[in-house]
Design a protein around this ligand. Structure first.
Ligand code: ZN
Ligand code: ZN
Length: 314
């Protein structure tokens, strides 16, 4: 049973999403910040206690715990509204124990209120897959009514595609999995093709969700003049040599997406309250977390894998 710090909530976990970042933490693609850390940063749970200085939530409230856990609040980045770039930031399931557990803690100032109308397992992937996808969509800067390309179609992409379609964008999905292409079409994508194929029309913006650097020039070449490619992942395999004329000229832009701000999280969760998103989940019992990670690594999960502590082990 973790002990909440003075400004933290103690949360009984009801569901925890399995994110690709957990895989990067578990497999050592990311440096170790806390040895033997408990992964998990898409945590849906009920407040069962709190430290004396934790404000804004009561025992019994349903809360979300996400990746961004703490920022310093005083550095230049925090002060200008990009706390996602804070050099002193800490992350749930990397710097502090996360939600592959029955109980977890969270600083109250970094906990989220959750939209009504969703089940626990549906809420979990909103907390990283949803929020990061939302920031990536903003970073792709597609003009109103424009054409968005989505490369890779896992948990984050399947939520982002629905947000983009709800905002009036034309969405083209490019992914190697036939099942994912089918899901994309059922969620309102205008087309779904193989990851390395050209989309049916030039793109105003694109998001690379697949952690595959080889797709960067592919996606850049699919952009129209002035288009932007946002790379959504925390980890990407090496990008092959870019050819300036072919891949970047005509003011095409390549940019990364680094975590999110709390404002991104609140905006996205408000949006999820207004537009009911269809959240595809594959449930696993908590003690099958290793199997969930292996399935994610092998691209065997459709939508989002979610751990449920209350489901008996199998
Ligand atoms: Zn800071
Ligand atoms: Zn994540």
């Amino acid at each position: 049973m973790p002990e909440p710090a003075a400004d933290e909530l103690l949360v009984r976990v009801r569901a925890c999403g399995v994110c690709r970042t957990d895989l990067h933490v578990a497999e050592g693609d990311l440096p170790v910040h806390r040895p033997r850390v408990v992964p998990g940063h898409e945590v849906v749970g009920e407040v069962v206690g709190h430290g004396p200085a934790a404000e804004g939530f009561e025992v019994g409230d349903l809360v979300g715990i996400a990746w961004l856990r703490r920022t310093c609040g005083v550095c230049a980045y925090c002060r200008r509204g990009v706390e996602n770039l804070c050099p002193y930031s800490q992350y749930t399931g990397w710097d502090a124990d996360g939600g592959y557990a029955e109980y977890a803690t969270v600083p109250a100032a970094y906990a989220y209120r959750l939209p009504a109308g969703y089940g626990d397992a549906e809420l979990a992937p909103l907390l990283c897959a949803g929020i990061i996808g939302y920031r990536a969509l903003r970073r792709a800067e597609v003009p109103p009514g424009g054409r968005l390309g989505i490369y890779g179609f896992g948990a984050s992409a399947h939520l982002t595609a629905q947000v983009a379609a709800a905002e009036g964008l034309t969405v083209h999905v490019l992914t190697r999995s036939a099942a994912a292409r089918e899901l994309a079409l059922s969620l309102g994508a205008a087309s779904a093709g193989d990851a390395t194929a050209a989309p049916p029309e030039p793109l105003d913006g694109a998001i690379l969700f697949a952690p595959v650097g080889d797709l960067v020039p592919v996606a850049l070449q699919a952009l129209d003049r002035g288009g932007t490619l946002a790379v959504a992942g925390i980890h990407l395999t090496d990008i092959p040599t870019l050819v300036y004329q072919r891949d970047l000229f005509y003011e095409r832009t390549l940019r990364s997406v680094t975590a999110n701000t709390r404002a991104d999280g609140r905006e996205f969760l408000d949006l999820a309250a207004r537009h009911r998103l269809r959240v595809t989940t594959t449930p696993y019992p908590l003690d099958a977390a290793d199997r969930a990670l292996a399935d994610l690594a092998a691209d065997r999960v459709t939508g989002a894998a979610v751990l449920l502590p209350s489901v008996p082990g199998g």
